[in-house]
Structures are given as C-alpha cells and as structure tokens.
Design a binder for this molecule. Structure first.
Ligand code: SIN
Ligand code: MN
Length: 207
C-alpha cells in the first residue's frame, strides 16, 4: 500500500505534480519482486528508433498493451516482440495510480524502463495515447535521475529536478503534453537494486 490514500504533491513544476517519497521502502521492494517476475515472462529488450538507432534504455511492459519502438516507429502493441501477451499490471502498481489519479480510468499500460549508468532519455512528449486527457503517472525506483521539464513545444527554457527511489510524478491536465526527458542517472545513489541502475514505470491509459 502507498502511504496516504489522497496524497498532496510535495512540489509542482510547470504543472507536473511531484509526490516525493510517496512509496515506502517496503512497497518499493515488493514492486521490485513483481517486476522481476514480469521481466522473466516478458524480458527486457533494447528498442531501436525508426532511424535504426539503439535507445539507451532497455524496456518491457505490463498491461493489455505495451509501448514499443522499432524500425516501423512508435506504437502500442498487445504483445511483447517475442510474440507473447504482456503480463498484467500488479495491484501494488495500480494502487499508486488510484492514489494520485483517483478520477481517471485505470491504466491499460505500464512501460518499464531500465537505466544503466550510461542510459538517458531525450526530450519528448508522451502522445501515442488515444485520449490525451488522461494523465501519465511515473514511478521511480533505484538510482536517482535528473528529470528535465520543458514546454508544450520543443525547445525553450527548462527546469530540472532529481527523482529519487519511491518518488511518483503526474503529468496531467495542462501539463499532460510537456516535453520531458532524463539527462543522466547518479550511479550508486540507491541500494534498492542489488546491481544498481534505475527503473522507471510509466502508467498510461493508452487505448
Ligand atoms: C519517460 O518519459 O519515458 C521516462 C521518464 C523517466 O524515466 O523518469
Ligand atoms: Mn515520457
């Protein structure tokens, strides 16, 4: 269970609401165990962009649909590239969504990104979903990451914040389509993952 049923944000940056320290260490550890099971059934893979460039994160998904990128572009698919259905989204993860986005329908997709010390994520918008009125909820586990928040169009001034293990953030309402990315992670800043690294969970109503 998450700490509070109706948490208030600890910080709001450009409309992006942050709930720092929302998840207790126990909840994080429980999630990690469930994520390991998911990764056994739906192994992490390294996506390529439509231009054939390797992305630096490795990813997999849970839910009825998973976000993938390959030479054909970005999209949601009902199956892992290996041809199997994605595992269901664990309750512990769904309960974070209902806690911070109580008015939204439940997410059908949980993207699981793994960052090793050199991984990053370029500035982008999340806009492959059918209903862009539904929020995006993101959960950070493991090493700290420098999250950059831009504008509703590419470019311009940005603001950055370090995301720690157990932090949750919501991009919704007017901030649903802000550009965002991960500049770098801080290796060794968390002991949650025995071999280090960072996991980000992105929950979305995709369809
Ligand atoms: C993403 O926007 O795809 C990932 C954000 C994060 O890793 O915190
Ligand atoms: Mn994103």
């Amino acid at each position: 269970m998450v700490k509070k049923s109706k948490p208030t944000p600890t910080m709001t940056i450009r409309g992006v609401r942050l709930f720092q320290g929302l998840l207790s260490r126990e909840v994080q550890t429980e999630m990690l165990g469930q994520l390991r099971e998911i990764a056994r059934a739906a192994p992490f893979f390294r996506p390529v962009t439509s231009r054939g460039q390797n992305m630096s994160v490795r990813m997999t998904s849970a839910g009825t649909v998973g976000w993938i990128s390959d030479r054909r572009g970005y999209r949601y698919e009902t199956q892992h590239p290996d041809g199997k259905d994605w595992p269901p989204i664990p309750e512990s993860i769904l309960s974070v969504w209902t806690s911070v986005a109580p008015d939204a329908p439940l997410p059908d997709s949980c993207l699981i990104n793994f960052y090793d010390p050199d991984a990053r994520m370029g500035m982008h918008q999340d806009r492959d979903e059918t209903d862009l009125d539904q929020p995006v909820v993101s959960i950070s586990l493991g090493d700290e990451a420098l999250f950059r928040i831009g504008n509703l169009t590419r470019g311009g001034k940005t603001e950055s914040v370090w995301l720690n293990s157990g932090d949750v953030l919501v991009m919704g309402g007017p901030a649903r389509l802000v550009y965002h990315g991960i500049d770098r992670i801080r290796p060794g800043s968390s002991q949650l993952l025995p071999d280090g690294g960072r996991i980000n969970l992105t929950l979305r109503v995709a369809r």
